[in-house]
Ligand binder design. Structure first.
Ligand code: SAM
Length: 221
């Protein structure tokens, strides 16, 4: 018999997340609370809990659950944190973040995706999320500084405006790479006004971050 989405979600938590080392209880709880099947297009809903990304509208993707959990854990979040997310996409990772922190500010460059994510998140009553349509490579200066910033698209370099909008002690997670084949997931920690510490976490594969401090409209070659 076909497993229910609740059963599939439990398997995802146990095998794909805990089984690969995700141990932050707040992240596991959030991943258990958010119904991923509501963020996936109708065509792929039966694959909602597969261990892989899925296509969404406008040629974009909803990230692999493990990667969402890994990036969220790497942000080292607390309940009082104010987080900036670049690349709202379906709003799934936005929803996960919102279950852990005080406020999520999320920027999406494609207005169709921003609008549908906003509508979807409104129906869940997730009230601590603000979505903005625009070029997230420039951050969202009005609400800076942020305790954590996560970029969910691959950048050619760490976008400078995001470094400036990070609080001292804050963490920025961003995929960085010179081609669309693969990026390195980078964590930058702002240790003082002018000092940043960079760590390389793992290899990843994301759609391109397109904007003034990202790739041009054509993406990487
Ligand atoms: N986390 C999302 C989810 O759970 O569905 C997946 C995000 S998808 C991998 C990357 C998103 O980044 C796409 O929706 C894309 O349009 C967006 N994006 C690319 N460049 C951007 C930019 N400069 N500013 C804001 N969003 C951008």
């Amino acid at each position: 018999m076909m497993k229910t989405f609740d059963q599939q979600r439990d398997i995802m938590i146990r095998e794909h997340l805990q089984g690969r080392g995700i141990s932050d209880q707040s992240v596991l709880k959030a991943m258990r609370e958010v119904p991923r099947e509501e963020f996936v297009s109708a065509l792929y809903v039966e694959s909602s809990y597969g261990d892989h990304p899925l296509p969404i509208a406008e040629g974009q993707t909803i990230s692999q659950p493990y990667i969402v959990a890994y990036m969220t854990e790497a942000l080292e979040l607390s309940p009082t944190a104010r987080v900036l997310e670049i690349g709202t996409g379906s709003g799934y990772a936005t929803a996960v973040l919102s279950r852990i922190v005080k406020t999520v500010y999320s920027v999406e460059r494609l207005s169709g995706l921003a609008q549908s994510a906003r509508q979807r998140l409104d129906t869940f009553g997730y009230a601590n999320i603000v979505i903005h349509e625009g070029d997230g490579t420039l951050g969202w200066p009005e609400h800076a500084p942020y305790d954590a910033i996560v970029v969910t698209a691959g950048a050619p370099d760490v976008p400078h405006p995001l470094l400036e909008q990070l609080a001292i002690g804050g963490r920025l997670i961003v995929p960085v790479g010179k081609s669309c084949e693969v990026q390195e997931l980078v964590r930058v920690r702002r240790v003082s006004e002018h000092d940043y510490r960079t760590e390389y976490l793992c290899g990843v594969r994301f759609v391109p971050l397109i904007g003034a401090a990202g790739w041009s409209g054509k993406g990487p070659h």
